[in-house]
Design a binder for this molecule. Sequence first.
Ligand code: G6P
Ligand code: ZN
Length: 560
Amino acid sequence: MSTTVVQTKIYDDQKPGTSGLRKSVKIFQQEHYTENFIQAILDALDDKLTGCTLVVGGDGRYYGKDAVSKIIKIAAANGVGKLIIGQNGILSTPAVSTIIRKYKTLGGIVLTASHNPGGPNADFGIKFNCENGGPAPDKVTNKIYDITKSLKFYKIASDINVDIEKIQSNNIKVDGRTFVVDIIDPVEDYVIFMKKIFDFDSIKKLLQGSAERPKFQILIDSLNGVTGPYVKRIFGVELGVDDASLIHSTPLEDFGGLHPDPNLTYAADLVNTVRNGTHDMGAAFDGDGDRNMIIGKKAFFVTPSDSLAVLAAHLRIIPYFQETGIKGYARSMPTGTAIDRVAKSVGAQCMEVPTGWKYFGNLMDIDRLSLCGEESFGTGSDHIREKDGIWACLAWLNIIAKLGKSIEDILKDHWIKYGRNFYTRYDYENCDATDANKVMAEVESKIQEASFISTKFDSGNKQYIVKYADNYSFKDPVDGSIATKQGLRILFEDGSRIIYRLSGTGSSGATIRLYVESYESDSSTFDKDAQVMLKPLVNIALELSKLQEYTGRNAPTVIT
Ligand code: G6P
Ligand code: ZN
């Protein structure tokens, strides 16, 4: 095999967002487009590139196999020593992180647009993960972007064809060197790791039932994303859950038309089935397997922020944390602050970082972080450097098995002990970008006025007094890097918060996210509906931003 150098043309839109380069498939299919970005990733590895090992895999969405084939050819031509690729190009995002860490590779390329729809008319994405197994930090993605802006050519060994359906090691001679492509079982390493982290025996007893306790009925929805094979192996084979309880578990290139985002709107099938009361728990994961949604009997909804707080409170039940101890907690800025209360009560630190899992990585690498999460249905720990949907589900099951209580009772006990943080998120998807910027500018100009602090807002029968407001920025305590403009936040004296942020994961238009939170210690409120409780704050948020006026939207597209 020999390599050729292809003169290319520059695309100036290859700036990675919150989580890699995410665009419509049609954009990736443009001549040289995908090749350029792959070449830029490799160039960014500088002198570590020659002879290195990289992991490659994705969520099985449309265009994934084309991208794998291009990566093989371009990696070969650029002197990469070895690629470890999931069979058929399949690897969940948490599995990529697991494999990078286990085999100590230089990093990995993840082919996914996460929770965005898939198919020829939908989205694709390419993300680079570093040797710690986590998404590349800003300084790396900026470097990749800079390279794309001046790229003149890419190198490719076009004749290489590897059968990615077959689990085997391939040795290929390229320009006299040996280039290795290992096609591996996508599930194996991840399953072995989960069995080390959790108490599978007690989870199995819970799911199988025993003389003392009836079978705990679970329904798992993979939304036709990548978790299907992992779920079948872990829950089906290892834990004995029947097939009928594992739904949408074959990865499909277009997710069968589903929007693979595990929330109350897009995982409606699961929610509706669990609502009828036969199941004790429902769980859903997104396209690439890093997000999770947990619901209890009759579809009792656990907000991601509450889920994080409950896991924090019971973390020591899980064998992995008995071994490692609890080093600290963290959440993204818009995530509800319920976990802060747990941290305070157990004397652990809870750090706040901007939206994006990449911000947790450094804290984990210096052993300051055991458990972290985001309101965007992301939960995980320092076992890897990505959030991990199946991990979160197993964590809940491990805790339920030990406490012997229903999900709803676990939540209620939690609120009695710590009080309840009511939380909601409104998404206004696919707005015109100019309109969305006007909304942000409106809020920003208001909160920047010196007189804004101490402003009193009357809404419902409550008064909210502004304590603090800013455009959130974050200085990484490890490398000193600064991330600015990470969301407009208004903090009120009673602990309530309103946050406005533009999504960084969309592929077209702009999505405005409005996050609203309040805290109640009065137990008579705990059973109330979060939407009712938060309405006064939501009204303040809408008026202040003139959101309806600027966008013409009377209602959000998704409410969580
Ligand atoms: C991805 C990242 C998450 C982040 C989320 C934010 O899923 O992996 O860490 O929380 O994007 O999405 P947004 O659309 O709000 O920018
Ligand atoms: Zn995802």
